[in-house]
Write a new protein. Structure first.
Length: 389
């Protein structure tokens, strides 16, 4: 589907350019739908709050008013403060000789990310001159928390990048095999210094779950069996909902069974919990690759859905999770069509240098796509039946 110039989702035709743009917008939300990633960004926000609170209200303006020579001298003192503070906290396994040359070298190698903060933490005497002692005292918060903030920053953004790289890897696949799943998880955990490549080496548990995940010894067999049963449709005899000449009722039932298969796979995958970390992120990437290959909009498990999502997995509620996936996919389709109708004309320069996108938009007539009453009428009607809208 992704190799063609036209992508059909929910019965609507999108050029490849438009589809890739819509998918990139989806990925922005998808990368923040992981609780693990959100916790990493929350830690970063908390550290930023602590550091920002310690900044001087007028320090930046006073620092900028210094001459270039005085600013240079202030930075020299600042480097001394940072390096000596680090030495006091055991950052080096050797003693400092106190020379400015050694201090400058260590600072540039390990602490250059402090540079942006001096103008906000510098302190001045009553004459507006740089005060070394007051600055030293004021930098205690910065020297304590900024190294943690630097680690948290790289951790959060690396996790987000790894998540999206794993998503892109999966989207390039025609079918997902067991080795592909292992690779997806490896990319998800790529920046984790404690990552374990391959299936889990120790047994793990899901916090607050009422079930026991699959023993590590049986994971390879259970994963092979899961994919084999998925390929066979879990014995449901799946048929194409887009087949011509069938009734709307039959079309709805076929679509429901496709989403039911995805929910069943997802619950089984999460209950197997085949990896030491990143099982949820890996499972949701697989889910969305499956849905997009089937011609449906992807699923986004938002924070307000998280409790019911976990409950469905915990209780092995395939039907409940099917309903959730149908609702989320339908809502995503609403969002995408709304963007096509209202947003892409404004953002056409982001998509195409010519008028090809505008030409496509002309094919979206209001009587074809009713945004207020939701597009993708097939999924909408199914969701109505399970009382989710």
């Amino acid at each position: 589907m992704f190799d063609s110039e036209v992508v059909i989702l929910g019965g609507k035709r999108f050029s490849r350019e438009v589809f890739e743009y819509l998918l990139s917008r989806f990925k922005e939300g998808f990368s923040h739908s992981s609780l693990t990633i959100e916790e990493a960004f929350e830690e970063l926000d908390n550290l930023d709050f602590i550091i920002d609170k310690a900044k001087g209200d007028d320090s930046f303006e006073k620092f900028q008013s210094l001459s270039m020579f005085d600013q240079k001298e202030a930075y020299k003192v600042f480097r001394q403060i940072v390096v000596f503070n680090a030495a006091q906290h055991g950052a080096f396994d050797f003693s400092l000789d106190g020379s400015q040359k050694q201090i400058d070298k260590l600072y540039q190698e390990q602490f250059s990310y402090f540079n942006l903060y001096l103008p906000y933490f510098a302190r001045f005497d009553e004459n507006g001159l740089f005060d070394k002692l007051a600055t030293f005292k004021n930098c205690s918060v910065l020297c304590t928390y900024l190294p943690y903030r630097e680690q948290a920053y790289h951790r959060a953004y690396n996790m987000q990048k790894d998540h999206l790289d794993a998503f892109d890897y999966a989207m390039a696949l025609d079918d997902i095999t067991v080795p592909d799943i292992i690779t997806i998880n490896s990319i998800v955990n790529r920046s984790d210094p404690d990552r374990v490549d391959g299936f889990k080496k120790t047994n793990n548990d899901i916090v607050s779950a009422s079930f026991t995940t699959t023993d590590k010894r049986y994971v390879p067999f259970e994963m092979q069996r899961l994919l084999a049963e998925y390929d066979e449709g879990f014995g449901m005899g799946l048929l194409d909902p887009a087949e011509e000449g069938i009734t709307n009722r039959e079309r709805e039932e076929r679509t429901y069974r496709l989403f039911y298969r995805e929910a069943k796979f997802h619950i089984r995958f999460e209950r197997i919990h085949p990896f030491n970390d990143g099982n949820g992120r890996t499972g949701r990437i697989i889910l969305n690759q499956h849905l997009l290959r089937l011609g449906y909009a992807p699923v986004l498990i938002t924070n307000y859905m998280s409790k019911e999502y976990k409950k469905a997995i915990n209780q092995n509620d395939v039907e409940g999770l099917t309903q959730m996936f149908l609702a989320s996919s339908s809502q995503q389709m609403v969002n995408w069509v709304s963007m096509v109708k209202a947003g892409l004309k404004v953002k056409k320069s982001e998509i195409s240098p010519d008028n090809s996108v505008l030409a496509e938009l002309e094919g979206y007539r209001d009587d074809d796509i009713d945004v207020e009453n939701k597009p993708n009428q097939l999924i909408k009607s199914i969701v109505h039946k399970v009382n989710l809208f």
